[in-house]
Design a protein around this ligand. Structure first.
Ligand code: SF4
Ligand code: SF4
Length: 355
């Protein structure tokens, strides 16, 4: 285990410059009034102190559109893109917030396990991640309620802004240590004063991040509420646009489509993001749709995140990043949904009769 370091915040530029010799560097950049994760060709464009990004870093591990293989029947040829992925240049992903590091850990669980997704893990293995601690809350997030405001794994380096315009640098992996050695002169081993400054930063964080939503008992609330009219009321304004799912760091559903050429003899097999909010999502052969109504699809998204994922993985499938609220054209807030849901049962659990 490497010791913690400290570095000047202005030296981030030097770190990116040194890393660019070996990595393609990505991180938050300004886009009109918002921020997005983008390629950092100029270190001046990297924004370390940002509120949130439109899309999460999920796009670097599971792209919106990904050609998995191409085939040509006339030439009797099949090309898998996996070899290309495995040969790709290493990537450095800068300034990933704790909620999004937790989001990546969620995706690791989904794409790992019994049926490991080789495309996902080829990208994952090629990526070094520098996380950053948020000491203040962002506009829509509720990470503290979801216990994603801190991380113990999932980063290679983790930076906490401390006094004196410096970062306290924790090393999580050998990849992180490698990065330190690429720009060794900007890092100093942390000493007692730095430990004090780090502790003060964590104290500030502890006092500033609000605990807004109580998710204790959410499993039980959901079990009791499946047929409750609450869902129809909540879904009234939902237009099933799917924006909430597209921006979500823990949504991972996809469709696989063969894009055939006109001769119908060759095709690219493409994996594309999909969402349970879309009408065709639960449409099966024979024309039956398991979730025909918009309200059923709205409800399903919550049940999958807060009940199904917890059942399968032992944790809730939401990091509290708040992106779904920010993106929703109907102003539907996940915090409000969760608060109202728990409110139903706290008021009169037996009088509701489980309806
Ligand atoms: S973003 Fe809002 S309107 Fe669109 S599907 Fe999600 S909840 Fe419904
Ligand atoms: S459901 Fe909303 S708040 Fe939760 S992780 Fe997804 S986008 Fe973030």
């Amino acid at each position: 285990m490497s010791p913690p370091y400290v570095m000047k915040r202005t030296d981030i530029k030097k770190l990116v410059e040194a890393a660019s010799n070996e990595y393609d560097v990505f991180g938050p950049v300004k886009k009109r009034s918002k921020h997005v994760f983008g390629k950092i060709d100029n270190p001046d464009n990297l924004v370390m102190d940002y509120d949130s990004t439109i899309l999460s870093p999920r796009k670097y591990f599971q792209p919106q559109n990904e050609v998995m293989m191409s085939f040509d029947l006339e030439e009797n040829k099949v090309e898998d893109t996996l070899d290309e992925l495995r040969a790709m240049r290493p990537r450095l992903l800068m300034a990933v917030h704790s909620c999004d590091l937790n989001g990546i850990l969620h995706l690791d669980r989904v794409f790992g396990g019994e049926y490991t997704d080789k495309y996902y893990f080829a990208r994952r293995e090629k990526t070094t991640i520098v996380g950053i601690n948020c000491l203040d809350s962002c506009e829509y997030g509720f990470c503290r309620s979801m216990n994603t405001h801190h991380v113990v794994e999932g980063y290679d380096l983790f930076l906490t802004p401390i006094s004196g315009d410096r970062y306290y640098v924790q090393v999580g992996t050998a990849k992180g240590e490698h990065l330190v050695h690429m720009a060794r002169d900007i890092f100093q081993e942390a000493g007692p004063e730095d430990f004090g400054a780090f502790k003060a930063a964590l104290k500030h964080k502890n006092e500033s991040l609000p605990h807004e939503v109580d998710v204790e008992g959410i499993n039980e609330y959901l079990d009791l509420s499946f047929h409750h009219e609450f869902w129809d009321k909540m879904a009234e304004d939902c237009v099933n646009c799917g924006a909430c799912a597209m921006v979500c760091p823990t949504c991972y559903c996809y469709d696989v489509v063969d894009d055939l050429d006109l001769s119908l003899t060759s095709a690219d097999r493409t994996r594309k993001w999909d969402a349970c909010l879309f009408q065709e999502f639960a449409l099966v052969a024979g024309g039956h749709n398991f979730r025909e109504s918009p309200a059923a699809r709205f409800k399903y998204r919550f049940y999958h995140k807060m009940r199904g994922f917890a059942h399968d993985q032992g944790i809730l499938g939401c990091t509290g990043c708040g992106r779904c609220t920010a993106a929703c054209p109907s102003d539907i807030s996940i915090k409000d949904v969760l608060k109202e849901l728990s409110g139903i049962w706290e008021v009169a659990p037996t009088a509701q009769g489980g309806k």
